[in-house]
Design a protein around this ligand. Sequence first.
Ligand SMILES: C[S@@+](CC[C@H](N)C(=O)[O-])C[C@H]1O[C@@H](n2cnc3c(N)ncnc32)[C@H](O)[C@@H]1O
Length: 250
Amino acid sequence: MVEVRAAGHDSLSFGTGARHDHELTHRDDTEIASILDFLEILPDQTLAGLRVLELACGSGRVTVPMAAAGHRVLATDLSIDVLSLLAERLTERQAIQSGIAGRVEIQQADMVSFDIKESFKAVCLPMATITLLNPEQRRATIRCVAAHLAIGGALIASIDRVLPAAAATSTIRLRPDAYLTEEIDHAGRRRRTILRCRDKEYVSERYLVTPEDLVNDLKEASLFLAAQRSTPDPVLPHHISVILGAVNRR
Ligand SMILES: C[S@@+](CC[C@H](N)C(=O)[O-])C[C@H]1O[C@@H](n2cnc3c(N)ncnc32)[C@H](O)[C@@H]1O
C-alpha cells in the first residue's frame, strides 16, 4: 500500500487535513469540463451502460459533477476520512433529490493495487494524482487500470507539467490563512508542496512526470492516446495541466 502521509507531517488525506483540503478544493472546477467531454466522446457507445471507476476521488470534487451528468460512478480512495466527507455530501437533500447520490457507490481502494470484479467504461484519475506515485507504482496502477477497462473504454488521467523555468522554491497565498510553498528538484524529478493552513503544515511529495512518460507507460499496457488537452495552471506559474484520454484497444 502506498503511504499518503509524508514522514513526520500531517496529511491532507486524514483528519483535519482532509477537511482543510475539502474546504480549499471542493469548488475548484479544474479539469471537470474536459473529463465530462472525454466521457461523452468515448469511441464505443455500447459501453454506455457501464460505470466509471474513479481512483483517488478525495471528497468528490469530480465524482459529483460526473454523477450530475448522469454517469454511474464507483468512487474509490485509500483514505476512509476523505470517503466519509464524500458520503456526507451525498446525504445532502440536493444530492438525493437530483439523483446524484443514487449514482455513486463509495469503496476504499489503493490505486496501485486493486481488484474489482467489474469492467468499466472509463477510469478517471484527475488532479495529477498519478504523480504521487514513483515510476514503478505508476506503471502498476496503469496495468491495474487496463485490467479493469472494457475494450474501447478509456483512462482519463492528468499530470502537472512543470516547465524548466519554474522556480526551485516559490510561495503563493491561496487564502488569508493558507499559503502554498513549492520546492522543485528539476534534476531529481521530484516536487514537494507544503500547505500552511491555520498553523499546521501539510506536505505532499510528488514526481515530475511528462506527457511523454505517461504515454509510454500507457502504451506498455495497450492503452493508446485518443485525446489530450493542456491548460496553464491558474495559480502556479510555469505549470501546465495536461489531461489525457487513452483507449483500451486490446
Ligand atoms: C490531490 S487529491 C485528489 C482528489 C480528487 N481526485 C480531486 O480531483 O480533487 C489526492 C487523493 O489521492 C488519494 N490517494 C493517495 N494515494 C492513494 C492511493 N495509493 N490509492 C488511492 N488513493 C490515494 C488521497 O487520499 C487524496 O484523496
